[in-house]
Design a protein around this ligand. Sequence first.
Ligand SMILES: Nc1nc2c(ncn2[C@@H]2O[C@H](COP(=O)(O)OP(=O)(O)OP(=O)(O)O)[C@@H](O)[C@H]2O)c(=O)[nH]1
Length: 203
Amino acid sequence: MFPAVILAGGQSRRMGQDKATVTLAGAPLLRHVAHRLSGQTSRLAINAPASPQLDAPFHHLPDTLEGFLGPLAGILAAMRFAAHLPDQPSHVLTTAIDTPFIPLDLAPRLSGALTGDTAISVASSLGAMHPVCGLWPVRLADDLEAFLHSPEKARVKTFLSRHNTAAVEFPTLMTTAGPLDPFFNVNTREDLELAERYMEILP
Ligand SMILES: Nc1nc2c(ncn2[C@@H]2O[C@H](COP(=O)(O)OP(=O)(O)OP(=O)(O)O)[C@@H](O)[C@H]2O)c(=O)[nH]1
């Protein structure tokens, strides 16, 4: 199993409130993501500017570069974190704090795609790639840091295009009211209301 880092380092402009403090069905968003990752990772950390105030503490990783440089800055912090772990994992899993329905087989299916020359494995659903949800080789940390200092720095897809990347398609979740995208994103208050309803129809 690989270590995992939940990315919560953005500005949450559309939500108007730090997503690390948003509650869904009575629990912090972070707890939903952590719950769905449990059993899939060797250890779990959260990437955010400040350590979230939660009842049980999470290992907290701030960005290693200054400023809001986008999700790749969090992915770099995740790679640097993994590089210092005693078991020296080859890859680190990242996922976003705002996807509370991520697949329960995310890590094994992403890792199954790491064959041959494939360096990075990212999730996809309904034909759309979710580039912040992926398995990243720890050895690419220096390359990613150099990329973050280049003019193209913010675009995850540009970084992916420079490396052999597999996109792993995940099926929709079956709910009592029909299919649900497992990568449904909670970006706005309206999304949060929808997510509350989805929580009720998940089997
Ligand atoms: N470390 C870090 N993570 C980021 C940054 N920007 C976005 N992310 C993370 O990337 C994922 C996708 O973020 P978005 O939804 O695009 O951005 P956001 O800042 O959360 O929200 P908006 O401000 O509404 O766009 C989330 O898990 C964010 O926490 C950043 O500058 N640094």
